[in-house]
Design a protein around this ligand. Structure first.
Ligand code: DX5
Ligand code: ZN
Length: 225
């Protein structure tokens, strides 16, 4: 299984963001960069806007995965794509017309992802009708809004159920997990079927983020292969 590690900049040093990204972008480092956008409405936290993505875009060659935890993603998608996002991840609850939002992202030549909160079920997501628009599905293993939260164990069952659902529908969609991922939880989620692991605290709040990232990948692979 091809395990990808996506460091979340939410736990990086925002006073030295480009340096923090460069730290984990070196050889054998990050496979993609997870950029958490929060508007203080959909989630009780406020982070960054398209201008930060635009500045970071000049500093990094990584795939930018922009996670929109905002009340009205339709209002922001164009700006984040223009700023250099390669994948836009939205929450179904925030999209008045989810099929139209995902179509708009794909028609812009950008990958589309869906993030499922802990209390959102697989059936809530209408994969039968939007599945062919998705490049990835993100299982939120914490309630969105903050870094360094405790992993919610029921996420593993949801990951396994997604694997079955996508097999049933014949869909090739990457399964990502986001929240509370560390050396202990990483093997649990890869064993359940996730292949993209987002991690902020476990990477950036350590003395050597690159070493932590490599160790995280090793712990994920320990079970996956
Ligand atoms: C939470 C964000 C996550 C978070 C992950 O709302 O979507 O990406 O930054 O952080 P850790 O790995 O610290 O739980
Ligand atoms: Zn996120």
């Amino acid at each position: 299984m091809n395990i990808q590690i996506a460091p979340s900049i939410l736990s990086a040093n925002f006073a030295k963001l480009a340096e923090s990204v460069a730290l984990i972008e070196q050889n054998n480092g990050a496979d993609l960069l997870h950029i958490d956008v929060m508007d203080g409405h959909y989630v009780p936290n406020l982070t960054i806007g398209p201008c930060v993505v635009k500045s970071l875009r000049k500093e990094s060659k990584l795939l930018f995965e922009t996670h929109l935890m905002v009340s009205n993603p339709d209002d922001l998608i164009d700006d984040f794509i223009k700023a250099g996002s390669d994948r836009i991840v939205v929450h179904p609850e925030t999209c008045r017309h989810l099929h139209r939002t995902l179509t708009k992202i794909k028609e812009a030549g950008v990958q589309a992802g869906l993030a499922i909160n802990p209390s959102t079920t697989i059936d809530d997501c209408s994969f039968d009708y939007i599945g062919e628009l998705l490049d990835s599905v993100t299982v939120m293993s914490v309630n969105p809004g903050f870094p360094a939260q405790k992993f919610i164990p029921s996420s593993c069952k949801k990951i396994a159920n997604l694997v079955s659902k996508f097999n049933e529908l014949g869909l090739q969609i990457q399964i990502e997990v986001d929240g509370g991922i560390n050396n202990n939880t990483a093997p649990l989620v890869t064993q359940a079927g996730a292949n993209i692991l987002v991690a902020g605290n476990a990477i950036f709040n350590t003395p050597n983020p690159l070493e932590s990232l490599i160790s995280l990948r090793e712990s994920a692979l320990a079970i996956a292969c």
